[in-house]
Design a protein around this ligand. Structure first.
Ligand SMILES: Cc1cc2nc3c(=O)[nH]c(=O)nc-3n(C[C@H](O)[C@H](O)[C@H](O)COP(=O)(O)OP(=O)(O)OC[C@H]3O[C@@H](n4cnc5c(N)ncnc54)[C@H](O)[C@@H]3O)c2cc1C
Length: 386
């Protein structure tokens, strides 16, 4: 018996689950298909969420930890502290966030089919048949990551440029300053990208990425980290690796009844490698467009998404420069200069200007716990009987 859905989404991660929840809330009959045994299994990402994403998309604070500053290290160990009042990054319990998102999608009415791998489908005028899975969709969305099988099988455009990322998750390193994302610009360790150490949610995440075909060097990073904090007795909990598309949004996001979103669509900043915010945002947007199209004769979703998706023009130019993996001597010479500091501030904090004094002041208050103790200033609702 064929199970029929209005919308089937391949991939139950950030993009797919955001899409499923909104589509189900809008009344579509939705199924999510994912090869993993359960939501949050085999996480491949560091999972840092930028402030814009947590503003745009309500995620539970209990699964996140705010990190307010960035400490950027040159190969010669000089470092630069960056921050912007009012801005923060959120380290996440990523598996927890994905489980929570899956629960929300299910509560909205979506059917979640984990342990179900997509292999082939046939598109026709009024939908897509996934015969081997016994499923049929009015519309199919590929949210199945950097190496999308949906794109491959249905002959859509595909990502061709990648960063390769490698990360270990360890028990918390007590010595690592928890106020900062520690980022290392070093072409020996991370040619074409950076390495990082993140004081996360009950852990420390240490990772590195490089522009393929170069390989990231985790061993060198650990040696390097010794000059920043004590890593003797480091206890590794898990390892992960994955590809990050770095060529920008694809030029053709779909066909008549199929559309790509998230990493499958290349919606990742070619410069920073951040893709969670766009996955959430365009996951939800895709659901709105498909529901308008199927239910209300709205415009075709592919054309609208193609127009709205980020093109990353400047970031693609900067990516080309980073792809040359500038020498460490060059990084040492330029990283601490005012123009490069200004560029780093702009990239990390999206044009917000920094103020070292105020960061030190409020980060001290935060350490004392004063900000946490401050009670909300909002008064409760007043009910009046008329
Ligand atoms: C090492 C690393 C670190 C990163 N760090 C960050 C960061 O800190 N912040 C940030 O914003 N971004 C980061 N990124 C990028 C970010 O992880 C992605 O942009 C984001 O996860 C994209 O979400 P998505 O839902 O599009 O795809 P994914 O998260 O890749 O999910 C794809 C889903 O599709 C499923 N799937 C794949 N193939 C099939 C199939 N054939 N059948 C069924 N299911 C399938 C997979 O199981 C998976 O659940 C990082 C990436 C890597 C590799």
């Amino acid at each position: 018996m064929i199970q029929r859905y209005d919308l089937i989404i391949v991939g139950g991660s950030f993009a797919g689950l955001a899409c499923a929840r909104t589509a189900a809330l809008r009344g579509l009959k939705v199924a999510v298909v994912d090869g993993k045994p359960e939501p949050g299994a085999r996480v491949r990402t560091t999972g840092i969420v930028v402030k814009e994403a947590s503003d745009d998309f309500d995620l539970p604070a209990r699964l996140m930890r705010k990190v307010r500053g960035v400490r950027l290290y040159a190969p010669n160990d000089r470092s630069l502290d960056l921050s912007a009042p009012g801005y923060f990054f959120q380290a996440t319990d990523t598996a927890g966030v994905l489980r929570w998102m899956a629960g929300e999608a299910e509560r909205a009415g979506a059917t979640l089919l984990y342990d179900t791998k997509f292999e082939t489908a046939v598109e026709h005028e009024r939908g897509v048949a996934l015969t081997s899975l016994g499923l049929h969709a009015g519309f199919l969305i590929g949210a199945d990551g950097a190496r999308s099988r949906v794109a491959e099988n249905l002959g859509l455009a595909r990502n061709t440029q990648f960063l390769a990322g490698l990360e270990i998750e360890c028990e918390p390193l007590a010595d690592l300053d928890p106020r900062f994302l520690h980022c290392f610009a070093d072409s020996r360790i991370a040619p074409g990208y950076i390495a990082w150490a993140v004081p996360g949610v009950d852990n420390t995440q240490i990772g590195v990425a490089a522009r393929r075909p170069a390989r990231p060097d985790l061993g060198e990073l650990l040696l390097r980290l010794k000059s920043v904090c004590d890593i003797r007795g480091i206890k590794v909990i898990t390892r992960r690796s994955g590809l990050i598309p770095s060529g920008g949004t694809l030029n053709h996001l779909g066909t008549n009844r199929v559309m790509l979103i998230g990493d499958a669509a290349g919606m990742v900043s070619p410069l920073t490698g951040g893709g969670i915010h766009t996955a959430l945002h365009f996951g939800r947007r895709a659901a709105q467009l498909v529901s308008d199209y199927l239910g209300d004769r709205g415009p075709h979703p592919v054309g609208v998404l193609q127009r709205e998706a980020p093109r990353y023009r400047t970031k693609r130019v900067l990516r080309k420069i980073l792809d040359t993996a500038p020498s460490n001597a060059l990084i040492n010479a330029f990283l601490m200069t005012s123009p490069v500091k200004a560029l780093a501030q702009r990239l990390y904090f999206h044009s917000r200007s920094g103020s070292v004094d105020s960061f030190e002041a409020w980060s001290k208050e935060f350490e004392r716990g004063e900000l946490q103790k401050t009670s909300p200033q909002l008064r409760g609702p007043t009910l009046r009987l008329i």
